[in-house]
Design a protein around this ligand. Structure first.
Ligand code: SF4
Length: 78
C-alpha cells in the first residue's frame, strides 16, 4: 500500500514553553485549555499536548501572538 496519506500531525509534534516566557497571558487568551500558571511565578506552562489537527493549529495561533517567541514546537521523539 503506497504511503500517500499525511501523518497525523497532532501526534508527531509537541509544544513547549521556554524560559523567555514573561507571564503576559496572551497565549491563555487564545487557548485557555492549554496554558496555565501559578500565582507566584511569572511564567506559563502547557497543561497538555494537542491531540488533533485543530488543537495543533490553535497552539500555533498562540505561538504567533507570543511577543517573546517562547512557545516552541518540535518533532515528537518516538
Ligand atoms: S504569550 Fe508567551 S510570554 Fe505570554 S504567557 Fe504565553 S508563553 Fe509566556
Amino acid at each position: 500500500m503506497p504511503k500517500t496519506s499525511m501523518p497525523n500531525e497532532a501526534v508527531s509534534v509537541e509544544f513547549y514553553i521556554t524560559e523567555e516566557c514573561n507571564g503576559c497571558g496572551l497565549c491563555k487568551n487564545i487557548a485557555p485549555d492549554f496554558f496555565d500558571c501559578v500565582d507566584y511565578a511569572y511564567s506559563y506552562f502547557l497543561t497538555r499536548q494537542p491531540s488533533n489537527e485543530f488543537e495543533v493549529l490553535l497552539l500555533r495561533d498562540a505561538a504567533a501572538v507570543c511577543t517573546v517567541d517562547a512557545i516552541r514546537e518540535t518533532v515528537k521523539s518516538s
